[in-house]
Design a protein around this ligand. Structure first.
Ligand code: SAH
Length: 481
């Protein structure tokens, strides 16, 4: 016999919101049964219509707010509801920082089983708007004109956008001008359902410190109508443009970039700097999107690493060597590893550019390269990881536990996988000293964290136990997200 649920589809009920999900929806509970309701804020009371019920949870639509949160504000952006790129504009910035801190604490407790770990208040921005240095917009056609902006929530319908309030103004200007120039030259947009047409995406990247601009035209084939003229006009129309690149993506996919990248004009890279270090950034390389907060994050990494000049450091998932070069100034030697070859080329170039000779970089998977280094006798005193959202590979965590660096600095953009990995490292002999969340993505639910771990005295469990612990943690993450 299936259990009778406390609510039914189409029920119209009043609820109290207790929490936010990781994608910013309000969570209300009816006799312990969770309902996810977009736009509801913790502490609020509201009338909702139940729109879907599953066995363990349901969804509702907020019909009326009967008691508003003191942190509720009017969203600044006129396309906030349709876009979905931001999830928290209806929450004041102060409220956003508190919500993110709570999210980190909760997940560390629930998944990491770390109820007592020290979590500091989130380091936020003084001006939490116009911070992104990279804009990527899908291109479509409407009434004979090129449009570009964003996919309407839960659809593949492109909506035109002139401005995005979390984007550097320069990027808005670049995207607008490139759209106009392409349109005036007869460029056709990519037609997703038919897999025909030309221009799929425009990407603009802006070096905040240098003022340099990169334009990337992502096309279906090598062809682009009036390519030469389009390039000439972009050079003329956009002050600061230093690099125009074409990336070809012939696949039926929603992955933006293809494998082939061609220089159309200028240099292959643009430059930017964080603190005293200058970076060359190519089209395919990862570069943090919020340069102001990146400085805050890297300074914290430096502090957590606590270097004296004598240490060997490994920077796993090093991208273009940003953290590596920050740390190299204070370490004996830094080894960086990264999977994207172009990023490693940038990292080497960046070491040279800054006169740093004690950093060495390798292309490959961190979980393959670092065990190889370890076998050859490279033992880190401090090991930094900054993995993508899915967190660290199990093999890498096991290598860390065997290698026993005195300190691990874990930079993470996903608190759930951070919590999973911290638990594995704790079980392997580490202690999480503190976690510092940094707000790299104001107005959105995303939160970056940086954690310091130190090696405890004592013995380590065997590889089999670690494997079982890892499987158990993955299961918990899947169940919780
Ligand atoms: N530390 C850098 C980059 C962090 S983003 C910075 O702060 O800028 C994560 C990086 O990990 C990306 O550059 C991505 O290409 C890389 N990556 C993803 N999977 C990887 C793997 N298995 N091994 C090594 N690098 C990987």
């Amino acid at each position: 016999m299936s259990k009778i649920l406390p609510v039914q589809k189409n029920d119209y009920i009043e609820v109290v919101f207790e929490d936010l999900t990781h994608d910013g929806a309000g969570v209300a509970k009816v006799d312990g049964y969770p309902l996810f309701v977009p736009n509801g804020l913790p502490g609020e009371k509201g009338k909702i219509k139940v729109v879907k019920v599953n066995k363990g949870y349901g969804f509702g639509r907020l019909m009326e707010i009967t008691e508003a949160s003191p942190y509720r504000v009017e969203p600044e952006c006129s396309i906030y509801k349709e876009c979905g790129g931001c999830q928290l504009q209806h929450l004041s910035y102060e409220g956003q920082l508190l919500a993110k801190e709570k999210q980190v604490r909760d997940v560390l407790q629930r998944i990491g089983k770390l109820p007592d770990v020290k979590v500091h208040p989130v380091l936020g921005m003084a001006e939490p708007w116009r911070y992104r240095n990279k804009s990527q917009v899908p291109i479509g056609e409407h009434e004979g004109g090129l449009i570009g902006g964003f996919y309407q929530q839960r659809s593949h319908q492109i909506i035109d956008m002139q401005t995005c309030l979390i984007q550097q103004e320069k990027n808005d200007e670049v995207v607008q001008k490139v759209k106009e120039i392409c349109h005036a030259n007869g460029v056709r947009a990519y037609d997703e359902p038919k897999h025909k047409g030309e221009l799929r995406h425009i990407m603009a990247r802006y070096g905040l410190k240098s003022g340099e601009v990169m334009v990337v035209l992502i096309t279906r084939t090598n062809e682009l109508t009036n390519k030469k003229k389009v390039v000439e006009e972009i050079v003329e129309a956009i002050p600061g443009v230093k690099s125009i690149v074409q990336n070809i993506n012939p696949k039926k996919t929603n992955v933006i970039f293809g494998d082939e990248t061609k220089l159309l004009w200028g240099e292959e890279v643009i430059y930017d700097s964080i603190g005293d270090i200058q970076f060359a950034i190519s089209a395919r390389s990862f570069y943090q999107v919020n340069p102001e907060q990146t400085k805050v994050l890297y300074d914290q990494a430096l502090e957590f690493a606590g270097l004296t000049g004598e240490e060997t450091v490994i920077d796993a998932y090093c991208g273009i060597g940003t953290i590596s070069l920050f740390l190299a100034q204070k370490a004996r030697k830094v080894y960086g590893v990264e999977i994207v070859p172009e990023a490693i080329e940038d990292a080497k170039r960046n070491a040279e550019l800054n006169g740093i000779s004690n950093a060495e970089f390798a292309v490959g998977e961190a979980e393959e390269v670092i065990p190889g280094w370890y076998k050859k006798g490279v033992v880190a005193d401090v090991l930094v990881v900054d993995p993508p959202r899915k967190g660290c590979d199990e093999k890498l965590l096991q290598t860390i536990i065997e290698m026993k660096p005195k300190k691990v600095v874990y930079v993470s953009c996903n608190p759930a996988t951070l919590a999973r990995d911290l638990r594995i490292l704790e079980d392997g002999g580490y202690q999480t000293v503190e976690v510092q969340p940094v707000d790299m993505f104001p107005q959105t639910m995303h939160v970056e964290c940086i954690s310091q771990l130190i090696l405890k005295e004592g013995t380590n469990p065997c590889g089999c136990c670690l494997f079982l612990l890892f499987v158990e943690r993955i299961y918990e993450v899947v169940m919780n997200t």
